[in-house]
Design a protein around this ligand. Structure first.
Ligand code: KG4
Ligand code: ZN
Length: 353
């Protein structure tokens, strides 16, 4: 089975061809990702209108490259998958219309993919793990703990009530004058800092449901920075280190609560704990989660960085998972700016579920 996947929900224009591997995992034949970071950097965040235009300008060439790299023609495909949301509506429409057009002209089945579902299933693409597992999704747009019970069967255990964790990194970086996107810069600067200099809050600590909150932490960082301004290089490093230490503590404690919720609601332990999203690149967070899962006797899976951040391979893989189950979508499938993974869960207050 060979599927083309297209991703345009945020600031990456991406396309990939994936085949179903012998071991039940995915065989990535091509994976082309064009990041728009340079276009948005001056604004300190993604500008939806700029993103949509950049997707239009790039999508044909990115799809053509993905097909060429895979050595495949549209006729060789068993299906075409495109992310149909959640995300920035203008960008989503670009990838969705492109995918539909290819499916229509090549006479192939079409699959409209939920971008969050694609992140959730990536560990099956890379490691072929079985259900059910606990997903910690940590990106610039999402912070959720999800019980992944099967294709299309997700139970959201917890989510953020305000900012996403990557967003907290980006906003803190911005207030400290570090470049966008802030996460990697904060991590780098933090390496030389003192994690104990500032006692920043650990929001939601002790809360029985595995939800997240970051706005109070962000405010505490701003107040500390204002109090000691102008910042020396040491001040900057200490603030970043203390901030990151707070985030690490939050991730570990909330995931521990998430594991408890998983056992209660799913009725047994997960096959693994999976971390996905751009923030999974953070070494301090990975190390702390490794300690947690070692203690719990569980396997931790962090897919390689290029599959943790937005990409077309995860969309193609989700297409494969759904096609195998006979699930396809009509060409009238509309873009969904909001599309919760767990249909029974209320949309979080920030709309980021
Ligand atoms: O998943 P992603 O590429 O895009 C979406 O948000 O969908 O995630 C990007 C986010 C940004 O907020 C970025 O600052 C954060 O991931 N990030 C990091 C690190 N690398 C990327 N945050 C903390 N530490 C990092 N090393
Ligand atoms: Zn994403």
């Amino acid at each position: 089975m060979l599927v083309l996947g297209i991703e345009t929900t945020c600031d990456e224009t991406a396309a990939s061809v994936v085949a179903l591997g012998r071991a039940g995992n995915g065989d990535i034949r091509s994976n082309v990702v064009l990041s728009q970071i340079a276009e948005h950097a001056a604004y300190g965040g993604v500008v939806p209108e700029i993103a949509a235009r950049a997707h239009v300008a790039a999508i044909d060439r990115i799809v053509a490259r993905a097909m060429a790299d895979a050595g495949a023609d549209f006729g060789d495909l068993d299906g075409v998958a495109a992310a149909a949301g959640p995300g920035l509506i203008g960008g989503v429409m670009v990838g969705l219309v492109t995918g539909k057009a290819i499916a229509l002209s090549a006479g192939k089945p079409f699959v409209a993919v939920n971008h969050l579902e694609a992140h959730a299933l990536t560990a099956r693409l890379t490691d072929g793990i079985s259900f059910p597992y606990l997903l910690l999704l940590v990106s610039g747009g999402h912070t959720q703990l999800v019980a992944v019970r099967g294709v299309g069967d997700y139970l959201r255990l917890g989510t953020t009530i305000d900012d996403a964790v990557g967003e907290a990194f980006d906003k803190v970086a911005k207030m400290l004058g570090l470049p966008y996107p802030g996460g990697p810069h904060v991590e780098k600067v933090a390496a030389a800092g003192d994690v104990r200099r500032f006692d920043f809050p650990r929001p939601m600590h002790g809360r029985a449901t595995p939800d997240f909150s970051f706005s109070g932490l962000k405010t505490a960082v701003r107040l500390a920075a204002e109090r000691i301004a102008p910042l020396s290089a040491t001040d900057l490093a200490d603030i970043c280190a203390s901030f990151q230490a707070a985030i690490v503590d939050v991730m570990v404690e909330r995931t521990r609560v998430g594991l408890r919720a998983f056992r209660e609601k799913v009725g047994g332990p997960p096959t693994a704990v999976v971390v996905a999203g751009g923030v999974a690149a953070n070494e301090a967070i990975r190390r702390a989660l490794q300690r947690l899962t070692d203690e719990a006797g569980l396997r931790l899976i962090v897919p390689p960085q290029k599959l943790c951040t937005d990409n077309g391979a995860m969309i193609a893989w989700t297409g494969i998972e759904k096609l195998r189950l006979g699930m396809t979508d009509g060409l009238d499938f509309a873009a969904r700016p909001r599309w919760p993974l767990d249909k029974s869960a209320a949309t979080s207050p920030n709309g980021k579920a």
